[in-house]
Ligand binder design. Structure first.
Ligand SMILES: Cc1ncc(COP(=O)(O)O)c(C=O)c1O
Length: 344
C-alpha cells in the first residue's frame, strides 16, 4: 500500500544532490572552528540574510533556547505567543534551565500578538517588576496553520519593543515559506529583529540542522551557550553540505507545497462535517477537525488506508505538505478522508 505521510515537513529525506554533497564534503573539527563547509555555510547564510554572523545548530529548539539564554539574564522575562512553538512545544526549557519567566500573550488566528499588549508588556515599570528582556515572534506560525506574519507587523513589534529597551527574536523555523508566500527576499523578514533562527530540516528537506543569526557579538555568546547545552559538534560539515544544497535547490520549490496545501484545504472544505481551522492557507500547513468523531479513531482509520497525519493538540488534525508530495497525493489523501468521513 502506498503511504502518504503528511505528519510534518520534517519527514522528508535528503535529496540525491544532498547525499552526493555530503559524501564529498570537505571536513574539519567544528570545535576548533576549522570545518570549512560549516564556515562556508555560516558566512553564506549571514550574507544572504543581511546579518553579521550565523551559527549552525543541531536543532531549532536548541537555536531558540541558545538565543533566549543569550539575550536574557536569570530572572528576566520574555514575551511570547500562547500558541508559539517556544511556549507550547519546547518543554519550558528557558525557564527550567535558564531561570527565565515566560509571559505569554494571546496569539490571534493569524499568529500575531496584539500591538498594544506588546507595548504594555514591554513598558519598563519599576525595579519591582522583572526585566522584560525579549519578545519572541514566530514566522510562519505552526499552530496558526502556517500563517505568515505581515512584514509591517514585524517592523512595528520591533519598533515598539526596541523603544521600550526590549530585544526581538524571530523563530523562523519556516522563514523561506514566509518569504515565498509574500514574494519578499528572506533578508527583509529578519531585517528589524535582533536575532532569528531557521531550520534546514523542515521544508528544505535536510536531515538535520538549524541556524541562528545575529550580530558578531551575539553569535559569539550564543556559541558558548550552544556548547554549554552540549551542541558543539565535530565533522559537522557533513550536514552543512546538505544545507548548502538546500539553499540552492530547495527554496523556490516551496511554492509547490503551498499550492498543494491550498488544494488540500479547498478539498477538505468541500467535505461534509470537516472544519478547516483557517480561512486562508498561506503556506504548507492545514489544520482541521471533524467534530463528533473520535480523533484517535480517525487517525487510525486514515492510517489503515495509508494516510499519515498528526494530532498536534486537542481534536485538531494536521497535514503538512512537503518535498515528495505531489498533486496526485493530495487527491488521494482527500479520497481517504472522504471515505472515512462517509463511513460513519
Ligand atoms: C515553529 C517551530 N519552531 C521551532 C521548531 C523546533 O525545531 P526542531 O524540531 O529542529 O527542534 C519547530 C519544529 O517543528 C517549529 O515548528
Amino acid at each position: 500500500m502506498k503511504v502518504i505521510d503528511l505528519r510534518s515537513d520534517t519527514v522528508t529525506h535528503p535529496t540525491k544532490s544532498m547525499l552526493d554533497a555530503m559524501a564529498s564534503a570537505e571536513l574539519g573539527d567544528e570545535g576548533f572552528a576549522d570545518d570549512p563547509t560549516v564556515n562556508l555555510l555560516q558566512e553564506k547564510v549571514a550574507d544572504m540574510m543581511g546579518k553579521e554572523a550565523a551559527l549552525f545548530m543541531p536543532s531549532g529548539t536548541m537555536a531558540n533556547l541558545s538565543a533566549i539564554l543569550t539575550h536574557c539574564e536569570r530572572g528576566d522575562e520574555i514575551i511570547l505567543g500562547d500558541l508559539s512553538h517556544i511556549y507550547v512545544y519546547e518543554y519550558g526549557a528557558a525557564s527550567s534551565l535558564g531561570g527565565i519567566i515566560y509571559k505569554p500573550l494571546a496569539n490571534a488566528d493569524n499568529g500575531t500578538l496584539d500591538m498594544n499588549s506588546v507595548y504594555e508588556a514591554t513598558k519598563k515599570l519599576s525595579a519591582r517588576f522583572p526585566n522584560t528582556a525579549l519578545v519572541c515572534l514566530e514566522n510562519t506560525h505552526n499552530r496558526c496553520s502556517g500563517a505568515v506574519l505581515p512584514q509591517e507587523y514585524v517592523r512595528s513589534v520591533s519598533d515598539v519593543s526596541h523603544n521600550n529597551g526590549t530585544a526581538v527574536h524571530l523563530d523562523g523555523a519556516r522563514i523561506f515559506n514566509a518569504a515565498i508566500a509574500q514574494n519578499l527576499p528572506p533578508k527583509e523578514l529578519v531585517s528589524t529583529v535582533d536575532s532569528a533562527m531557521f531550520c534546514f530540516s523542515k521544508g528544505l528537506s535536510c536531515p538535520v540542522g538549524s541556524i541562528l543569526l545575529g550580530t558578531k557579538d551575539f553569535i559569539a555568546k550564543a556559541k558558548v551557550m550552544r556548547n554549554t547545552l552540549g551542541g558543539g559538534m565535530r565533522q559537522v560539515g557533513i550536514l552543512a553540505a546538505a544545507a548548502l544544497v538546500a539553499l540552492e535547490e530547495m527554496i523556490d520549490r516551496l511554492s509547490e507545497d503551498h499550492h498543494n496545501a491550498r488544494l488540500l484545504s479547498d478539498g477538505l472544505r468541500n467535505l461534509e462535517h470537516v472544519r478547516v481551522q483557517s480561512d486562508v492557507i498561506e503556506t504548507n500547513i492545514v489544520i482541521f477537525e471533524i467534530p463528533e468523531r473520535d480523533t484517535q479513531e480517525l487517525l487510525s482509520l486514515f492510517g489503515d488506508r495509508g494516510l499519515m497525519v498528526s494530532n498536534p493538540y486537542g481534536d485538531k488534525i494536521r497535514m503538512v505538505t512537503h518535498y515528495g508530495i505531489s498533486e496526485q497525493d493530495i487527491y488521494d489523501a482527500l479520497s481517504v478522508v472522504k471515505s472515512v468521513v462517509e463511513s460513519n
